[in-house]
Design a protein around this ligand. Structure first.
Ligand SMILES: Cc1cc2nc3c(=O)[nH]c(=O)nc-3n(C[C@H](O)[C@H](O)[C@H](O)COP(=O)(O)O)c2cc1C
Ligand SMILES: Nc1ncnc2c1ncn2[C@@H]1O[C@H](COP(=O)(O)OP(=O)(O)OP(=O)(O)O)[C@@H](O)[C@H]1O
Length: 315
């Protein structure tokens, strides 16, 4: 898959290729996004065009400043991997700058559709672009003069409400990872590396792999979760604690640890790249009176995770 990074006003050399693109930020590549991207690919096949995606980096809210801290359901690398798996040949990643954001719809169409060789553009019903987000799908049609086709995908919903990145982020902030998986069409995936912890886990009888998530990962609310843990091409069942370990740590310690106890694995994992898939929340993190109580609870968490993951496997 070819990735073109574009910074306004540059236009990359694409060797005369002609594209069918899906346009949008696409954080999460959820079921709504999958419909938009899937349609762009169908058109590419029908018309003999190259299947492509046009996306932006960073998230517009990082530049327009309406979100405090910008985290991603699918950080950049994972998003690229998912797009490639869906059959995308080319991705145009446009730097989302103040200058780009203030283009008129006419400028956007001239620079990023006509001059890039785009012959068909697919977007969702609420796609917007250009100054104040004023450019709408209708404008794409109005400005095309027959040079390119436009498809607008209607609202994809779950329980009568639009599936959106914002909705998924809000579910994650409440720990509802199974609800989020329903909208994503797959579980939330967190990529990271195994780092050293305080080595207390082994002492209490539950060794854990401490995961350092890739920067900018959008994590679910603190708590205990049933997860799968993929490393070295193998999938392990696990029970994860995301939190501040109040039983051992000072409340002023604000480092969020993400640690996974693997149900059927013992061995060395330091420095390995891993992918955690969040399956279901089990409970909140709590401060226990002592180690014995904590150990008993982790034992119950482990059994609950085992049942959740076995049921998921059977279904
Ligand atoms: C499934 C699971 C649940 C946990 N729940 C809690 C909890 O509710 N409260 C808490 O203080 N620590 C909890 N912990 C964290 C333990 O305190 C932690 O594993 C131990 O401190 C080891 O830390 P280390 O890996 O940094 O050595 C949990 C850990 C696991 C694996
Ligand atoms: N549920 C949906 N149904 C149809 N089209 C959608 C849906 N969600 C997003 N799209 C379209 O997919 C593209 C990418 O959308 P965008 O990245 O803004 O996603 P979003 O989920 O709506 O995000 P946010 O919650 O941040 O607004 C846009 O063209 C948008 O119109």
């Amino acid at each position: 898959m070819k990735i073109h990074h574009i910074k306004y006003p540059e236009i990359p050399e694409t060797g005369g290729n002609e594209y069918s693109v899906a346009a949008g930020f696409f954080d999460g590549i959820h079921r709504g996004h999958q419909e938009v991207i899937g349609h762009a690919m169908d058109v590419a096949r029908e018309k003999g065009l190259s299947p492509a995606v046009m996306t932006f980096d960073p998230h517009p809210s990082a530049v327009l400043g309406n979100r405090k801290e910008v985290t991603y359901i699918t950080p950049y690398k994972q998003k690229m991997q998912l797009l490639e798996e869906m059959g995308t040949d080319t991705v145009f990643v446009i730097s989302f700058t103040g200058e780009f954001a203030s283009m008129t719809p006419e400028q956007f169409v001239e620079c990023y559709i006509r001059r890039l060789g785009i012959r068909h553009i697919t977007c969702g019903f609420d796609f917007s672009f250009g100054r104040f987000g004023k450019g709408k799908p209708d404008d794409l049609e109005r400005l095309s003069e027959g040079d390119y086709g436009v498809s607008v995908i209607g609202k994809v919903t779950e329980e009568d409400e639009k599936i959106s990145s914002t909705r998924i982020r809000s579910m994650l902030s409440e720990g509802d990872v199974s609800g989020a998986a329903q909208l994503l069409g797959r579980p939330l995936m967190t990529d990271g590396t195994v780092i050293e912890g305080d080595k207390r886990g082994r002492l209490i009888g539950f060794p854990t792999a401490n995961v350092d998530p890739v920067p900018g990962s959008c994590l679910p609310a603190p708590g205990v979760y049933a997860v799968t843990f993929e490393t070295d091409g193998r999938l392990h069942a696990g029970v994860l604690n995301a939190g501040y370990r109040p039983t051992f740590k000072d409340p002023s310690d604000t480092f969020l640890s993400v640690e996974v106890h693997l149900l059927d694995f013992e061995g060395e994992l330091y420095d390995k790249p891993v992918r955690v898939r969040w399956i279901r929340r089990i409970r909140e993190e709590r401060k226990f009176a002592g180690i014995d109580e904590l150990k008993a609870q982790i034992g119950r968490d482990r059994e609950e995770a085992r049942l959740i993951l076995a049921a998921q496997h059977d279904s």
